[in-house]
Design a protein. Structure first.
Lengths: 306, 265
């Protein structure tokens, strides 16, 4: 659905995006993570046919960036970082204008559908300058969807929103995913990316890593479980270390951290061995690494490599 | 070019303009002041005794061009004064659209609405044509309305000779041809300035430079150096068409989506 090959953008001497190669499958939610100035928005603008690549190639919906720009813009929905609405016009006028630019057949019907879907129908006749940030963001999302694009680019969809409004937007993104749309999200909100995205790419001008959030965790930290014991001993430590599926064991306060092949498969055997050796097992849990931790470690790695 | 998208731009600009009190006041104020000034001047001059205009009283007055020497001093002075004011009326289609156009592009920057707009299938030409039509049309209509009101007022308060000079083909043609051309020139230069500048006032100041040739022409007429005839009006119209084509071409070339998106902060 979206493919880039060595996509590069320079502004004078400044390299904003450097040789980016990635692929986004149809119907997936793809997270694009990176610090400010990493080239996320520039990449999104190149893929939206707003900014021309300096070199490399990109395809969106089978259309090539640079060759089919108007067709690309007709087939995507873009949520920019700022809602970019016309504050003096009301919600209906704002959406009606964009529906006409996209050549939507039933302008009034489509505007009504999305205003209703996002809970803004009752406020349709009010100037949007008086809307809260959450309402403006919802209206901007509606604007991006009016022409029913198969691909959506969302730049910081929940930034500056209160938790309630952010949740509404996240739930709506889930609904869009269920409709089979391909969604490309630039975000600083790593928890949100973890919850929403099938794949995430971490970039800093260059692509640092791309994978599912779970695979990124596994790649960095392997798989480990925390075993909480009533009493830890050197014997128990040695016993666990000798198990064939265990890679490493370390002591933690009140237990052991065990790195192993596959927790789902190996945990019963691990618990069985410990109980057999007389250990009092209080609980076993998979060790959780947040995407935030993954992100910072990847950034550190990239800085060391640079 | 897609007419539907151009219509959408024009309609949206007018809706936005209709809700912008500052722009509405600005658009109404200039024509109202000018028409009131022209009619007020004519009204008081008509009520001034003819002897006040007699050069033999010591005041040499204004020197009338040869084409007007058959007029008496009072009528000639009023006609000459009206000729000056007509130039000012021609500034209406020049002054109003620059105000509208400057806010139209820089307003998009201020509300950050340009990026979503450029992310639609609209072409640069469609966008600019829409914005130009939206700015030029009300300015030209207001200029024509001002001229019509001035003519009607002059018919009531002045002599038939003065009225005849005001509505002679030189001015009616100039209003018909030059007013839209001036408005177009002003709008295109407003688009250029606001594509490059960040402040609507700076954009207005740059485009205000176009007023200078018109003022210069009015001075030449006042000093009796030039008498406006149909030939001059048509030549000026042809020259304006050429200038407009050049400025419009430049406006489209300078309006670079990428530069505007990446440099506007």
């Amino acid at each position: 659905m979206i493919r880039t090959e060595n996509l590069t953008k320079r502004f004078g001497d400044n390299v904003a995006v450097d040789g980016l190669t990635l692929q986004v499958a149809q119907g997936e939610v793809f997270g694009f993570l990176g610090p400010n100035g990493a080239g996320k928005t520039t990449t999104m603008r190149m893929l939206s046919a707003l900014v021309a690549p300096t070199s490399g190639s990109a395809w969106v919906n089978g259309l090539q960036v640079g060759a089919d720009d108007a067709a690309i813009r007709a087939s995507i929905g873009l949520l920019t970082e700022a809602p970019g609405l016309y504050p003096r016009l009301d919600a209906e006028q704002n959406l009606g204008f964009f529906a006409k630019l996209h050549g939507v057949q039933d302008v009034a019907g489509q505007v009504r559908t999305y205003l209703t879907l996002l809970g803004l129908w009752e406020r349709r006749s009010e100037p949007v300058g008086g809307f809260s940030k959450g309402m403006q963001q919802k209206l901007a999302i509606a604007r991006a969807l009016l022409h029913e694009p198969p691909v959506l680019f969302l730049d910081e969809p929940t930034s500056a929103l209160d938790p309630e409004a952010a949740r509404v937007v996240r739930d709506f993104i889930e609904t869009l995913r269920e409709q089979g749309r391909t969604i490309f999200i630039c975000t600083h909100n790593l928890d949100e990316a973890d919850r929403l995205c099938d794949h995430v790419a971490v970039i800093k001008q260059r692509l640092i890593r791309v994978d599912t959030p779970e695979a990124l965790r596994r790649g960095l930290y392997g798989q480990s479980v925390l075993v909480r014991l009533q009493q830890v001993s050197a014997q128990l430590h040695a016993l666990v270390a000798d198990l064939p599926f265990v890679h490493a064991v370390s002591d933690t306060p009140g237990g052991l951290r065990v790195s192993l092949d596959d927790p789902d498969e190996n945990n019963p055997a691990l618990v069985h061995a410990l109980v057999g050796a007389g250990a009092a097992v209080q609980f076993v849990e998979r060790e959780a690494h947040s995407l935030e931790q993954v992100y910072f470690d990847l950034m550190r790695e990239s800085e060391v490599a640079a | 070019m897609n007419a539907g998208r151009i219509r959408a731009i024009v309609r949206k600009e007018w809706m936005d303009m209709g809700k912008n009190k500052g722009v509405l006041w600005m658009m109404a104020l200039l024509p109202v002041i000018l028409v009131a000034m022209i009619l007020g001047t004519a009204y008081f001059m008509e009520r001034t005794p003819a002897s006040e205009f007699d050069p033999s009283t010591g005041d040499e007055g204004l020197s009338l061009p040869v084409e007007m020497v058959h007029l008496d001093a009072k009528t000639g002075t009023i006609v000459l004064m009206n000729e000056q004011y007509m130039f000012y009326l021609l500034l209406v289609p020049m002054a109003l659209p620059v105000y509208i156009a400057a806010y139209s592009i820089i307003g998009d920057k201020e509300t950050r609405s340009l990026e979503p707009l450029l992310a639609t299938p609209i072409s640069t030409e469609e966008l600019l044509v829409g914005k130009v039509i939206a700015a030029v049309t009300p300015a030209v209509l207001l200029a024509w309305l001002s001229f019509a009101l001035t003519a009607a007022g002059m018919y009531i308060i002045s002599s038939p000779v003065v009225f005849g000079y005001l509505v002679r083909p030189v001015w009616t043609l100039s209003m018909a041809i030059h007013a839209p051309l001036f408005a177009l020139l002003s709008t295109s230069s407003g688009v250029i300035a606001s594509s490059r500048l960040n402040d609507p006032r700076a954009a207005q100041q740059v485009t205000a430079l176009f007023v200078i040739p018109v003022i210069g022409l009015s001075m030449a007429v006042l000093l009796g150096r030039i008498y406006l005839d149909l030939g001059l009006i048509l030549w000026a119209g042809a020259a304006m068409v050429l200038v407009n084509v050049g400025v419009l071409w430049l406006a489209v070339r300078l309006f670079q989506r990428e530069t505007i998106l990446t440099r506007w902060k």
